[in-house]
Design a protein around this ligand. Structure first.
Ligand SMILES: Cc1ncc(C[n+]2csc(CCOP(=O)(O)OP(=O)(O)O)c2C)c(N)n1
Ligand SMILES: CC(=O)[C@@H](O)[C@H](O)COP(=O)(O)O
Ligand SMILES: [Mg+2]
Length: 631
C-alpha cells in the first residue's frame, strides 16, 4: 500500500508563485522539505523522472521566490526536472495524472501553463530560448529577466555553446544562465567539460568562491558596486578566470544549490547586475531520498514504487526488451569482430549498452549529449575501416540530420544506426516519439532502413545491416515485442527481402515492423494475406509486384508518420511498376501524438488488431469488393 502523499499545511497554501513570495523567508525551508516529500510520494505513485527533480527543489523555490514569474521567464533545459516547478505553479493537484493520457506532461509545455515559458525535453535548448526572450524584452523595452537552468549533462551539447557564444557579446540582454551541476547525466558524466567543472569545484575554487560569495555578494545593496568590484578583484586574486568569463559572462559560484540562505541572496544580487550572468550551482541528484542519492541512475526515471521500500529488482522479465536484444547483439558481434565500435550520445542505459561498456570498454564511446558529434565521429571511424554502431533514439537522431546526410550518406560510409524508441514511446509524449525516421531517412541516397517485426528479426537484421558497405538504420520500438527467441548465430537475413506470413484473398496487409502481429490478428477476420515487408528502403519489389498482381487492394501498416513513410514508398513503387491498386495507408497521422500509455495510444490511433480490421472494413475499396465466394 503506498503511503499517502504527506501534506503538512504550507504546500497546500501555494497555488502560484505569488503565494510563495508572500511567505516569510523563514518558511521557505519547511516549504522546500514539504515539497520534496510531496514530490517523492507523487512520483512513486505515477512513475516518472525522480532523481533530477529531487535535486532541483531548493533551486525552484528560490527562483520563483526571487524572480517575478511568469513575467520573468524561466526556461528549464530538458525539463525533466520541472515537477517542483509544476507543483508550485498551480498543478499540484494534477500531479497524480503525470504523463498519463490527458494528464500533466513530464516536460514544460507552453499550452499547459503560462509558467512553462518554453517547451523543452530535447536537451540544450534553454540558453538559446532564454536569450531570445531576453533580446525580445530589450527590443520591446520591457524590464524582464530571462533565466535558463541547464544541467551539466545538457551543457555538453554544442548548441549550448553556440548560445553562450552569442549571448556573451549581448551585454544589454538580461540573461542569467544557471548551471545545475550535479555531476551526473543519466549515466555518469563524460568529457573534458565534466573534468573542468570538477576543477571549479575543487578546493582551489569552491571554498574560496563560497567565502567570496557569502562575504562579498551578501553585502547590503548600497555597497553592491563596491562589492562587485571587490568580488571581481578577489576572484582575480584567488580564482583564475573561468571558461564562462572568457565567453563574456560574469561567472559566480560555485554555490550550494540546496542552501536557500546562499541561493536567495545570491539571486537577489545577481538580478541587479548588468550583462550576461552565469551562476554555477552544485546540487545532488536524488537529494533528500537516500536510495536515489545512492543510485541516481536507477531513480532517474523509475516506474511506480513504494518509497518506504525503494525500487525492487524486477523479477526476471518475461521478455527481453528490444534495447536488451540490441545490447546482446552488440556484445556478440563485438566478440566476433574487433572492428566494431559502439557509440552512444549519453544514453548508455536506455540503449542497452551497459554490458558492452563493461566487456569492451576500449571500443565503447559515450560522447555526451552530442548527437551531431556522435554521427560524424562514427563517420571518421568508418573512414579508417572500423565498423561504428551508433545507438541512438530515433527522436534524438533528428538532432544530427545534416551529419547523417553530409558526413555519412554522401560518402557512403558503413555506419550502422540502431534506432531505438522508433514509433510511439508513451509517457514521454510527442517530444520523444520516434515518428519520423522512415520519412527523413527514406529520402537520403545510400541509406537503407530495416524494420524488424520482433526480437529475433531485430537481432537478425542488425546482423544483416552490419554486413553492408553502406549506412543502414535498424528501427525498433521502446519495450518488448512478440517475444520470439533470438537466433544462435550472426547469420542475418537476406538484404531487402520480405516474406509472406499468411495467404488470404482480395486484400493484402503489408506490415513494416512490429505491426506485423496485430496485422496477423486482423487478417484472421479479414481473411487477408499478410506480408512482413522488413525493409522500408529498399522495398522488396518482387514481393510487392506479387502482392499487387494477386490482390484487389493493399493496406500498408507502419508505426511511423504516414507522410513520406513506408506506405508512401509502396505507392511510389506501384506507380513506377504500373501496378496501380487501391492502397490504404495506416500509421501515424499528421499531428503530434500526446503522452499516455502506449497501448492505449495505439488503440486510439487504430493501430491495434481491432482498429486495423475496422479501418479495412470502413475502406470503400475493400467494402465494395465482391464477396470472396462471388469473386
Ligand atoms: C538531445 C537530447 N539527447 C538526449 C536526451 C536524453 N536525456 C535526458 S536527460 C539527460 C541527462 C541530462 O543531464 P543533466 O543536464 O545534467 O540533467 P540532470 O538529469 O543531471 O538533472 C539525457 C541525456 C535528451 N533529453 N535530449
Ligand atoms: C528526459 C529524457 O529525455 C530521458 O530521460 C528519456 O525520458 C528516457 O526515455 P526512456 O525512458 O524511453 O529511456
Ligand atoms: Mg546533471
Amino acid at each position: 500500500m503506498m503511503n499517502p502523499t504527506p501534506m503538512t499545511g504550507l504546500l497546500e497554501t501555494i497555488h502560484s508563485p505569488a503565494d510563495l513570495r508572500r511567505l516569510p523567508r523563514a518558511q521557505l525551508r519547511p516549504l522546500a522539505d514539504e515539497l520534496r516529500q510531496f514530490l517523492l510520494h507523487s512520483v512513486a505513485q505515477t512513475g516518472g523522472h525522480l532523481s533530477s527533480n529531487l535535486g532541483t527543489v531548493e533551486l525552484t523555490v528560490a527562483l520563483h521566490y526571487v524572480f517575478n514569474t511568469p513575467h520573468d521567464r524561466l526556461v528549464w533545459d530538458v525539463g525533466h526536472q520541472t515537477y517542483p516547478h509544476k507543483i508550485l505553479t498551480g498543478r499540484r493537484e494534477r500531479m497524480h495524472t503525470l504523463r498519463q493520457w490527458g494528464g500533466v506532461s513530464g516536460f514544460p509545455v507552453r499550452t499547459e501553463s503560462e509558467y512553462d515559458t518554453f517547451g523543452t525535453a530535447h536537451s540544450s535548448t534553454s540558453i538559446s530560448a532564454a536569450l531570445g526572450m531576453a533580446v525580445a524584452a530589450q527590443q520591446q523595452g520591457t524590464d524582464r529577466h530571462a533565466v535558463a537552468v541547464i544541467g551539466d549533462g545538457a551543457m555538453t551539447a554544442g548548441m549550448a555553446f553556440e548560445a553562450l557564444n552569442n549571448a556573451g557579446v549581448l551585454e544589454q540582454a538580461k540573461l542569467l544562465v544557471i548551471l545545475n551541476d550535479n555531476d551526473m547525466s543519466i549515466s555518469p558524466p563524460v568529457g573534458a567539460l565534466n573534468r573542468y567543472l570538477g576543477q571549479l569545484l575543487s578546493g582551489r575554487f569552491y571554498s574560496a568562491a563560497k567565502q567570496v560569495g557569502k562575504q562579498v555578494l551578501g553585502v547590503a545593496p548600497p555597497l553592491l558596486e563596491l562589492a562587485r568590484r571587490l568580488e571581481e578583484g578577489a576572484k582575480g586574486l584567488v580564482l583564475p578566470i573561468t571558461l564562462f568569463e572568457k565567453f563574456g559572462f560574469n561567472y559566480i559560484g560555485p554555490i550550494d544549490g540546496h542552501d536557500l540562505d546562499a541561493l536567495i541572496p545570491m539571486l537577489e544580487n545577481i538580478r541587479r547586475l548588468p550583462g550576461p550572468q552565469f551562476l554555477h550551482v552544485v546540487t545532488k541528484k536524488g537529494q533528500g531520498y537516500k536510495l536515489a542519492e545512492a543510485d541516481p541512475i536507477a531513480y532517474h526515471g523509475p516506474g511506480k514504487f513504494d518509497p518506504a521500500v525503494g525500487l525492487q529488482s524486477p523479477a526476471q522479465a518475461p521478455r527481453l526488451t528490444f534495447s536488451q536484444v540490441f545490447g546482446r547483439w552488440l556484445c556478440d558481434m563485438a566478440a566476433h569482430d574487433e572492428r566494431l565500435v559502439g557509440i552512444t550520445p549519453a544514453m548508455r542505459e536506455g540503449s542497452g549498452m551497459v554490458e558492452f561498456h563493461q566487456r569492451f570498454p576500449e571500443r565503447y564511446h559515450d560522447v555526451g549529449i552530442a548527437e551531431q558529434h556522435a554521427v560524424t565521429f562514427a563517420a571518421g571511424l568508418a573512414c579508417e575501416g572500423l565498423k561504428p554502431v551508433v545507438a541512438i533514439y530515433s527522436t534524438f537522431l533528428q538532432r544530427a540530420y545534416d551529419q547523417l546526410i553530409h558526413d555519412v550518406a554522401l560518402q557512403k560510409l558503413p555506419v550502422l544506426f540502431a534506432l531505438d524508441r522508433a514509433g510511439i514511446v508513451g509517457a514521454d509524449g510527442p517530444t520523444h516519439a520516434g515518428a519520423y525516421d522512415i520519412p527523413f531517412l527514406r529520402c537520403i541516397p545510400n541509406v537503407s532502413i530495416a524494420c524488424p517485426a520482433d526480437e529475433a528479426e531485430c537481432y537478425q537484421l542488425l546482423c544483416t545491416a552490419y554486413q553492408q558497405a553502406h549506412p543502414v538504420a535498424v528501427r525498433y520500438p521502446r519495450g518488448s515485442g512478440a517475444g520470439t527467441p533470438l537466433p544462435s548465430d550472426l547469420q542475418g537475413l537476406p538484404f531487402a527481402q520480405g516474406e509472406v506470413r499468411r495467404r488470404g484473398q482480395r486484400v493484402a496487409l503489408l506490415a513494416f515492423g512490429t505491426l506485423l502481429y496485430p496485422a496477423l490478428q486482423a487478417a484472421e477476420r479479414l481473411n487477408a494475406t499478410v506480408a512482413n515487408m522488413r525493409w522500408a528502403k529498399p522495398l522488396d519489389r518482387a514481393l510487392l509486384r506479387e502482392l499487387a498482381q494477386q490482390h484487389d487492394c493493399l493496406v500498408t501498416l507502419e508505426e511511423g508518420a504516414l507522410a513520406g513513410g513506408a506506405g508512401s514508398a509502396v505507392l511510389e513503387a506501384l506507380q513506377e511498376e504500373g501496378l496501380l491498386r487501391p492502397v490504404l495507408r495506416l500509421g501515424l497521422p499528421d499531428r503530434f501524438i500526446e503522452h499516455g500509455d502506449p497501448h492505449k495510444l495505439m488503440t486510439l490511433l487504430g493501430l491495434d488488431a481491432a482498429g486495423i480490421e475496422a479501418s479495412v472494413h470502413a475502406w470503400p475499396a475493400f467494402a465494395e469488393l465482391p464477396a470472396a465466394s462471388d469473386a
